[in-house]
Design a protein around this ligand. Structure first.
Ligand SMILES: C[S@@+](CC[C@H](N)C(=O)[O-])C[C@H]1O[C@@H](n2cnc3c(N)ncnc32)[C@H](O)[C@@H]1O
Length: 436
């Protein structure tokens, strides 16, 4: 039998064999993709469809009835064609008796292998997230009140699945450095009455729909509730849906809302525009009673003249007014963004966008010594939706320990397997910071 809250340095086929049958509530994992990456210790060399089948059989045995497996996977391109391995694997899970309850798309912000100008395939920027349940409909959970109340540093948003990338960009800029932020979705199990119990809210994101039914009295009440939740320097941002702005008469509602916040002690720190498709929305950033406590500008606007220095010599003036030469630094690769942010418009609930790559997938630098980590938020969203506190979460391909970390932070038990001892070391170093 295997203990919980441990990552075993062994093949998960053997590992799962020694686990109790029907004991796992949720698996969040991504296997090696068609040998696309070369892992440490020659791992992946033995990856083929038979190995996959043994893993899938193991998962079926250890998963509880109603338990869920989230399988994040993509195909390699071999001789100009996609291998279809992802589809073959999905069909094999079904053959085993799992039900395929959802096929989500995990959209990345960039491609690992961008297409060349003279290439003949577009860059691949998504992977599949197949969601399977065993024998019956899965248990799905709303994010629990209990868990949120005992933590501080709360981020409230009003739709966890809309504009995910925008929300992440906002939180990255105006949220604190704290790792264990809670994202609360008021459309997902909470209502306005519940929020009075929240504490130390550091950031609120809200979308307004300026219909003719919009009532300033409701807004005043809402602002009063927010004022009780937040501290000096907390940030509230609100976006007004662009479709409504495009209507003939929107009666300046965004401006009325903005002014109401100003009249209530908020500083209008920024007025930004969000472009989605052909339209735009206003995004107002307010901080309460003072400048925002946190502002870390996102530096990702590419500079056309990166690496160049201007001609001539730079001059600076001494205190006494004399001119002196000053070294001119070359233009950096990236500068902070301006205040128009552009996003692709999507209304789809089954595309989950996550920023990936250094500093985005996780802030734990050591994790990037692993070549193929998935974003913490991907793992966390699955954990919050398909498991509850105290449940057991498995990752048979633990890599840098992402699923274990998010299980710890959300009070779930984890168990995992990883063939490479080097990756185990990375995961252990990473998890040490979070084990309570
Ligand atoms: C795609 S990576 C997983 C990365 C992980 N999701 C993360 O965020 O760090 C797949 C991992 O599975 C490991 N692996 C491959 N075959 C395995 C097996 N049969 N048993 C255990 N681990 C295996 C590889 O060493 C690699 O680290």
């Amino acid at each position: 039998m295997k203990d919980l809250n441990k990552i075993y340095n062994e093949n998960s086929i053997d590992g799962m064999n020694q686990m109790e049958r029907n004991s796992v509530d949720l698996t969040v994992t991504s296997p090696p993709y068609d040998n696309l990456r070369s892992y440490k210790d020659g791992v992946g060399d033995g990856w083929n469809f038979d190995t996959f089948k043994s893993i899938a059989n193991g998962l079926y045995d250890v998963t509880k009835d109603g338990g869920v497996v989230v399988w994040v996977v993509g195909d390699a391109v071999v001789k100009g064609g996609e291998t279809g391995s992802s589809f073959k694997q999905a069909l094999y899970f079904i053959e085993l008796g799992f039900q395929l309850i959802d096929t989500f798309i995990y959209e990345k912000n960039g491609s690992s292998f961008p297409s060349r100008r003279d290439g003949n395939r577009y860059s691949q920027i998504f992977e599949y997230m197949f969601v399977f349940s065993k024998n019956k409909k899965p248990n799905t959970y709303k994010i629990e009140n209990k868990q949120i109340l005992k933590d501080s540093n709360i981020v409230i948003i009003n739709d966890l699945f809309s504009d995910k990338k925008l929300i992440q960009d906002l939180v990255d800029t105006w949220g604190s450095e704290k790792e264990d932020k809670n994202f609360i979705d008021l459309n997902n199990g909470f209502n306005q009455k519940d929020i009075k119990d929240f504490k130390d809210v550091e950031f609120i994101y809200k979308e307004y729909i300026p219909t003719s039914r919009f009532d300033m009295k409701d807004l005043k009440n809402e602002i009063n509730i927010y004022k009780k939740l937040i501290n000096k320097g907390s940030v509230i941002s609100f976006k007004i849906n662009e479709q409504d702005l495009m209507k003939d008469s929107y009666n300046g509602i965004p401006f009325k809302i903005a002014l109401e916040y100003i009249n209530n002690g908020f500083l209008l720190h920024d007025t930004m525009l969000i472009k989605e498709g052909d339209g735009y929305s206003f995004l107002f950033i307010f901080s309460y009673k003072s400048k925002p406590l946190n502002s870390t500008l996102i530096v990702d606007k590419p500079n056309r003249w990166a690496g160049h220095t201007t001609f001539g010599k730079g001059k600076a003036r001494n205190k006494d007014g004399t001119l002196v030469d000053r070294a001119i630094k070359p233009v950096p690769d990236f500068s902070p963004r301006n205040n128009i942010w552009e996003y692709k418009k999507t209304n789809s609930k089954n595309i989950w966008k996550f920023l990936n790559g250094k500093n985005y997938s996780t802030k734990d630098n050591e994790a990037f010594e692993h070549p193929a980590i998935f974003p913490e938020r991907l793992s966390e969203d699955c954990i919050l939706i398909w498991s509850k506190e105290g449940d057991t979460v498995l990752d048979p391909f633990m890599g840098s320990g992402t699923t274990a970390k998010m299980s710890i932070l959300n009070n779930r038990n984890y168990i995992g397997f990883e063939l490479s001892s080097e990756y185990i070391e990375i995961a252990e170093k990473r998890l040490k910071k979070y084990i309570k």
